[in-house]
Design a protein around this ligand. Structure first.
Ligand code: AFP
Length: 362
């Protein structure tokens, strides 16, 4: 491991076309996030022994019950960002409003948006969970950031990433110059030194084709027709219009699903559904969809809401929800074409059964 680049070394090389003060400030900011995530990894890895299992006696700004690890992870992220001189403010899934750095609010170059703990329903089941973050420019540098300061499209992100707390703790990161993967060296960090993140993959590329999709199939009856059509064709397998068999995965941690796609391709879908027509989707644009969309696009994939590129969307509010369909480019192109086909004729034999997943009696 002695010849592996550290996070700081790899970032400096990745940003070698930038001004020195930009390199230094971005390296410092991502290091602050990395140190926070190393601490979250340690807590998550301690499991119930860390006293971080179960529900907190609180709800987040969207009325969702909070897990103790949600709250602790948010406090850790907030603490590290508050001590970073380059961060003017931040917004979290766990708080209705953004938070201002009490020391660097005017001079900070960056605004950070994050989901401190994605996949909370999996904590007690010991299934991989993660942190998702997005770094935006503080355009009004020198002035106090407002909530409007955060309402930037995904194209404005200067960097985006996630940390997956699995058997290994892995950070996947882009500064708009390709995608880098780092593994936390859990045997480092002695004598009070921060743990090291080592560069274990660079120039990550998502295969354009795949035979694997991820969707919560229990919602099938609520999906709109283009999604019904796409999934029905996948499950029809080699005897259906796709003429090949597909496999399905569903972890219920977006970070784990996206990481699988980063490593071998695939499609992830949390589409709009008709349960609550007023609710455009489950996932949040600013701290789930946008950062993941930048990562996927930087790795050669595609990320849409069904009809538009996710990176094009201008957020209305900090916690705006959107449909998310992302992954292997050829598959996303197909799904977009189905959404664009107003008269799409679903071949009815796919729907002869009561459910897409019940094969007709022989
Ligand atoms: P939680 O953090 O509340 O568990 O939600 C995780 C998530 O936002 C995303 O990571 C998953 O893909 C999706 O929700 C799972 O949703 P379902 O529980 O409806 O499958």
């Amino acid at each position: 491991m002695h010849d592996m680049l550290t996070l700081q070394e790899a970032l400096a090389r990745n940003l070698d076309d930038s001004a020195p003060e930009v390199v230094a400030s971005m390296v410092d900011t991502i290091s602050a996030i990395a140190n926070a995530c190393a601490r979250i990894s340690d807590l998550a890895g301690q499991g119930v022994l860390a006293g971080a299992h179960g529900l907190a006696d609180s709800a987040n700004s969207q009325g969702e019950a909070q897990k103790k690890l949600d709250v602790l992870s948010d406090e850790i992220m907030s603490h590290h960002l508050g001590h970073c001189q380059h961060v003017a403010g931040w917004a979290s899934e766990e708080h209705e409003h953004h938070q201002l750095s009490d020391r660097h609010v005017r001079q900070g170059r960056y605004l950070v948006v994050y989901d401190p703990l994605d996949g909370s329903s999996n904590i007690e089941a010991n299934i991989s969970i993660g942190t998702i973050f997005s770094i935006l420019p503080h355009e009004g540098r020198g002035r106090l950031p407002t909530e409007d300061s955060y309402r930037q499209t995904g194209h404005e992100q200067l960097a985006a990433g996630y940390v997956l707390y699995g058997p290994a703790t892995i950070m996947v990161l882009t500064c708009r110059r390709g995608v880098l993967m780092f593994t936390l060296d859990k045997r480092s960090g002695v004598n009070g030194e921060p743990m090291r993140w080592l560069l274990t993959q660079e120039n990550v590329q998502i295969p354009a084709q795949t035979k694997e999709f991820a969707i919560n199939a229990s919602n099938q009856r609520f999906w709109e027709k283009p999604v019904q059509r796409y999934i029905a064709e996948c499950t029809a397998g080699e005897n259906g219009p796709r003429m090949k068999d597909f496999n399905m995965r569903w972890v219920a941690s977006m970070v784990a699903e996206v990481h699988r796609i980063m490593t071998r391709g695939g499609v992830f879908m949390y589409p709009r559904d008709t349960r609550e027509p007023r609710k455009p989707g489950r996932l949040r644009l600013m701290y789930e969809a946008s950062p993941m969309a930048l990562l996927v696009e930087q790795a050669g994939g595609r990320a849409v809401n069904g009809t538009s590129e996710l990176l094009d969307l201008v957020p209305d509010t900090l916690h705006q929800r959107v449909p998310v369909i992302l992954g292997s480019r050829d598959e996303i192109d197909r799904i977009v074409s189905y959404h664009a086909d107003p008269h799409e004729n679903v071949s009815w034999q796919l729907f002869k059964t009561r459910s897409l997943f019940v094969q007709p009696q022989a």
